[in-house]
Ligand binder design. Structure first.
Ligand code: C5P
Length: 201
């Protein structure tokens, strides 16, 4: 089945967890498109030109172990405003989306720009406070020393930049199903996503 599931939403809303779970449930491949921008951001922090970095991105770059840090997240969202960076990453994402067997892509512009014809579009969100608390727990669990306030400020700064940029801003596609995970357990959020995807069969 060549079904594409597009999952968009702001940082730490639960997109990654939901995407992995639905990909496993339906046997689809999963691409976390944020990793592409994080890999470019990490290269920019090393002094490489953002557009060159995006054009030369390799599968290996997506496995660098520093991609989940707050510094790289900020660098990713700063480079993600550059039109030529985004353009360099389009073909790879579209090819992935159309692979046989079905694909789940999560990011910011999947349902609006990358895959406007996706069979299913979900917009996963949660309040900034809930998202920041989740990211704080994740980071402190990995030994990062960022405070709750710093993590909340980081999440808000990225939301602001991602929603207000000219190129592919973060917003729900008109036909997206909204899932607010603020008061949902992981199991309930995944169940809602699975139900929304099943309903489009
Ligand atoms: O999803 P994640 O937090 O890993 O994304 C890092 C940054 O990459 C986001 O803040 C956003 O600026 C950018 N991004 C994007 N478009 C996507 C995925 C991520 O602009 N499809």
């Amino acid at each position: 089945m060549r079904k594409t599931v597009a999952i968009d939403g702001p940082a730490a809303a639960g997109k990654g967890t939901i995407s992995k779970a639905v990909a496993q449930h339906f046997g689809f491949a999963h691409l976390d498109t944020g990793l592409l921008y994080r890999a470019v951001g990490a290269k920019v922090l090393q002094g490489i030109d953002p557009v060159e970095a995006a054009k030369a991105l390799t599968a290996e770059d997506l496995e660098a172990d520093n991609l989940r840090t707050p510094e790289v997240a900020q660098a990713a969202s700063k480079t993600a405003v550059v039109a030529d960076v985004r353009a360099a990453l389009v073909d790879f994402q579209r090819a992935f989306a159309r692979r046989a067997g079905g694909a789940v892509l999560d990011g910011r512009d999947i349902g609006t720009v990358i895959c406007p014809n996706a069979e299913v579009k979900l917009f996963v969100t949660a309040s900034a406070e809930v998202r920041a608390e989740r990211r704080y727990l994740e980071l402190s669990g990995k030994g990062h020393s960022d405070t709750r306030e710093e993590v909340l400020a980081d999440v808000k700064a990225r939301d602001e930049r991602d929603m207000n940029r000219a190129e592919a801003p973060l917003k729900p596609a008109e036909d997206a199903v909204l899932i607010d995970t603020s008061d949902l357990s992981i199991e309930d959020a995944v169940a809602k996503a699975v139900a929304a995807i099943t309903a489009k069969d």
